[in-house]
Each structure stands twice: as structure tokens, then as C-alpha cells.
Design a protein around this ligand. Structure first.
Ligand SMILES: NC(=O)c1ccc[n+]([C@@H]2O[C@H](COP(=O)([O-])OP(=O)(O)OC[C@H]3O[C@@H](n4cnc5c(N)ncnc54)[C@H](OP(=O)(O)O)[C@@H]3O)[C@@H](O)[C@H]2O)c1
Length: 294
């Protein structure tokens, strides 16, 4: 029976990854800062990437589905033996490297440094490491982009975008990411490499939002307004402490294409993500707060 150590297993990508590991017969030890329920072949340890007690000395694979920079430092410190490491980074490493926002550039720099650190340590230890970089994630009602848009639109029946917010996007479903994580495990070609994991359809930002709004029960409308008017509306929202995540750089990016090539992941481990067909449930948190919709 193969064994795994999982960081970030309570997250929107982590939940389906652990489900896939268990379904494939793995024994899983997962680390969380909050109490989680053990199940057959799944043991939760309380801790984080600074400290976790009771970690196994050896596992077949380590999966990192939480903050990559913290994980890279943990990996540097640990004496744990693991022939395989699969860690999630982000396409932000590319899309934010030239951002006008210094904080966003810093995120990109830290992600890149963390990726390099992980590859260097894995090489020293003769372990095989693979970095996975998803695009915009959806599907578990826990993302901070489309679910956030759906949440606001449900309240008022519409959502507003500036004209020209037509940069291309490739939203990727959490289940496709979980399937990719397991597929990578046995793909030798993936050792020492980073892969973008885009969704299976490329569409304009406004089209992606419009389709999301149309999937809601009841559906909500997309309203498009001139960019200066939109900017003023966001500034007013910020004055009232709303839409804080929507900075100038994020608004500029709505007009930019963020498109990644699916081919390397397809060739090396058969990655074949689904098209973007959202449903209301993908943006509705279950009463337990752990909604996961395949
Ligand atoms: N969401 C996206 O659109 C997106 C896009 C590209 C890349 N990614 C990357 O994919 C990975 C997973 O993303 P996600 O959206 O599934 O994340 P998420 O839902 O926010 O979950 C992250 C998990 O990481 C753990 N975590 C957070 N901070 C931690 C810390 N300081 N120390 C230890 N554990 C910590 C949390 O576990 P506990 O609370 O249980 O400790 C949480 O379950 C991340 O590396 C993220 O950067 C996400």
C-alpha cells in the first residue's frame, strides 16, 4: 500500500486530492492547523509547515496543496525520506512577474524562488519533484474569484464589468486538478518539471462571468459599463471596505489574455481537462462548509 503525506489537504484542491488518494488505495497522513476527522487509511495531524508532530519518517510521496513558499522551507528542513514530491504553485509566477503592483511582483518572485528551492533539494536527495501551476480554479464553491462573483451577484441579481474585460481565461475544475495530481505520480517524464494546468476551454473573461451568472438559480445578469465609470464604482466600494481584492492591477488584467499551453501536461501525463460548464452547485457552499462538486 502506498503512503502519502499531504499538506493543504483541507483546501479546495486538497479535499479532492485526498479523496482520489484514498480511492486509489493509498494510506494518507495529512496535516492541518484545525481539527479534522480521521477516516479509514486517513490520519490527520495537527500542525502547520512550521511545526507538525508525529510525521512519518518515510512516505512514497509528499503532496503540497498549501502555500508553496512555506512548503519549500519545510522541505529544506525535513529529514523525511520521500522519492516523489508533487507541489502546487501558480501560473501567477508568470502572470504577475511584470505586474504594476509591487505586492503582486513579490508573490511571483516568492513562487519562483520556492519552485527553484524545491527542485534543487529534490535533486540533492535524488527525489523526483513536479510543480503544478493551475490557472483560475473553480468547482468547490471555495475559490475567491468566480464563487465570490456569484456570491455578490446572488444578492443583487447582477454583476458589473468594465467594457473590454475580454482577456482570455481558462478556468480549471478542482477535480481535473486532483486527477492530474495522481496522474503525475507515475509519469517519469514529469520529474524535475513545472506544468501549467489550464482548464479545457479558453474564453473571454466577460464570457466566463456571464456563463457563471447564467448558471445561478435564479440566474443573474451581466452589466457592462464604460471602464472609467467602473473604476469610479470600485473606488467607492473600496471606501466602504468592499471589493478589497479587486485592485487596479486585477482590473487591468481583466483585459489581458492569460493563456497557457495544455500540451506539455497532456503529452506527459494525459491531462485532459473539461470545458467550462458551470452549475449553481459549484458556487454554493454546503451547510458543512466543505462543498465539493465534481
Ligand atoms: N485557488 C486558485 O485559484 C489557485 C490558483 C492557482 C494556484 N493555486 C495554488 O494551489 C494550492 C492550493 O490552493 P487552494 O485554492 O486549494 O488553497 P485553499 O483552499 O486556500 O487551501 C489551502 C490549504 O493550505 C493550508 N494552509 C494555508 N496556510 C497555511 C500555512 N501557513 N501553513 C500550513 N498550511 C496552510 C490550509 O490548511 P489548514 O487550514 O487545514 O491548515 C488550506 O487547507 C496553493 O498552493 C495555491 O497557491 C490556487
Amino acid at each position: 500500500m502506498r503512503s502519502a503525506l499531504v499538506f493543504g489537504g483541507s483546501g479546495q484542491i486538497g479535499v479532492p486530492v485526498i479523496e482520489r488518494l484514498l480511492a486509489d488505495g493509498w494510506r494518507v497522513v495529512a496535516v492541518s492547523r484545525t481539527p479534522q476527522a480521521d477516516r479509514e487509511r486517513l490520519t490527520w495531524l495537527r500542525g502547520d509547515l512550521q511545526q507538525a508532530q508525529g510525521l512519518p519518517g518515510r512516505v512514497d510521496a509528499i503532496f503540497s496543496l498549501g502555500p508553496l513558499d512555506h512548503f519549500s522551507h519545510w522541505y529544506e528542513r525535513t529529514a523525511m525520506v520521500a522519492p516523489r514530491v508533487i507541489a502546487f504553485g501558480s501560473t501567477s509566477v508568470e502572470t504577475k512577474q511584470d505586474s504594476a503592483d509591487a505586492h503582486e511582483r513579490d508573490i511571483a518572485d516568492r513562487l519562483r524562488a520556492a519552485e527553484s528551492r524545491i527542485f534543487a533539494i529534490a535533486r540533492e536527495r535524488q527525489a523526483k519533484a513536479t510543480l503544478l501551476r493551475p490557472t483560475l480554479v473553480y468547482g468547490a464553491a471555495r475559490d475567491r474569484s468566480l464563487t465570490e462573483i456569484a456570491r455578490m451577484a446572488r444578492r443583487v441579481g447582477f454583476f458589473v464589468l468594465p467594457r473590454g474585460a475580454d482577456g482570455l481565461r481558462q478556468p480549471v475544475h478542482v477535480q481535473d486538478l486532483a486527477d492530474a495530481t495522481l496522474a503525475v505520480m507515475d509519469a517519469d517524464a514529469a520529474s524535475g518539471r513545472s506544468y501549467a494546468l489550464p482548464g479545457g476551454e479558453t474564453l473571454a473573461y466577460a464570457q466566463m462571468v456571464e456563463r457563471t451568472l447564467a448558471s445561478l438559480q435564479p440566474p443573474a445578469r451581466l452589466i457592462r459599463m464604460p471602464a472609467p465609470m467602473f473604476k469610479a464604482a470600485v473606488a467607492i466600494a473600496h471606501m466602504f471596505g468592499k471589493m478589497q481584492g479587486l485592485g487596479d492591477a486585477a482590473v487591468v488584467r481583466m483585459h489581458e489574455d492569460l493563456v497557457f499551453d495544455v500540451e506539455p501536461a497532456h503529452v506527459d501525463f494525459g491531462y485532459a481537462p473539461r470545458a467550462f460548464n458551470p452549475t449553481d452547485a459549484m458556487f454554493s457552499l454546503s451547510p458543512k462548509g466543505t462543498s465539493f462538486v465534481a
